[in-house]
Design a protein around this ligand. Sequence first.
Ligand code: HPA
Ligand code: ZN
Length: 324
Amino acid sequence: MLEFLRRLPKVELHLHIEGSLEPELMFELASRNCIELPYATVEEAKAAYEFDDLQGFLNLYYQGMNVLRTEQDFYDLAMDYFKRAREEGVVHIDMHFDPQAHIQRGVSLDVVMSGLLSAKHDAETSLDLSVGMIMAFLRDRPAEEALQVLEQAAPYWKSLDAIGLDSAEHNNPPIKFQAVFARAKEIGLVRVAHAGEEGPADYIVQALDVLDVQRIDHGVRCLESERVVQRLRDEQIVLTVCPLSNVSLKVVDQLRFHPLPKLLEEGLKVTISSDDPAYFGGGLLTNHIACAEAFGWGADVFRLLNLNAIEEAFTSDERRKELI
Ligand code: HPA
Ligand code: ZN
């Protein structure tokens, strides 16, 4: 099974590139940019990655990305992950990135975009890895700020595949971003959003109805409402479920109690992703192996999940055919 999972050409739809920052690279970038870290060693950083909830993780996530300052830093961040993912048999990644988290710290949008776009270019030309770009907005920041960043990103609209919505879900309902998502639709950008991770099933409905999203990131709390499950099944909306993330952030107690098997039983269009691999215990292959152990899934289940991801991936039809 391990060899099958390693060889299976895997597609990841839910990955925050800032969440792929391994402590080793964090230390390297801190030293390059003369930044002091709150940890003395890589081991100390790793030991600090114990979370009670989403907010506990987000605090360390935003702190960690403080080492990213230059175009080269963003390039190195992305390439470091792309190479590791490729070694694990990943062939396509839809990558979220959080411009507001960088602009706030005085790092320009151009620095972020140039670094990430050149890494995407090099991955596609030299690693045989295709990359989709999802510009995510922080739902715990004002919607006006998100709208401003979307307008500021005009030179990059053609390089984006979608906009997304992430960060702290509690008390930040999708409806807060109605205007931002309406503007993105007007521009011709696809929309996705995190919903039903820590927030209620109702946020999934809002994301579909008010933000007109094409896929739901996480979505596991849909099971709290039969109506929402029915809707997701009828419309075959893709859910990008992140098993090890859900365990780390205590959305579920243990992987063997994760609702993934139930989501599949309900006929939902499920995919699996790593979310923030540097913080949650591993990348896409590790998530696959953990699911095989926890649920006893055979090759057919993984092939189905991967096919769901291929169908939904932000890539050309030509590339999609290659991936199938
Ligand atoms: N949830 C919400 N926001 C995020 C996450 C997540 O898992 N990772 C990075 N930003
Ligand atoms: Zn996420």
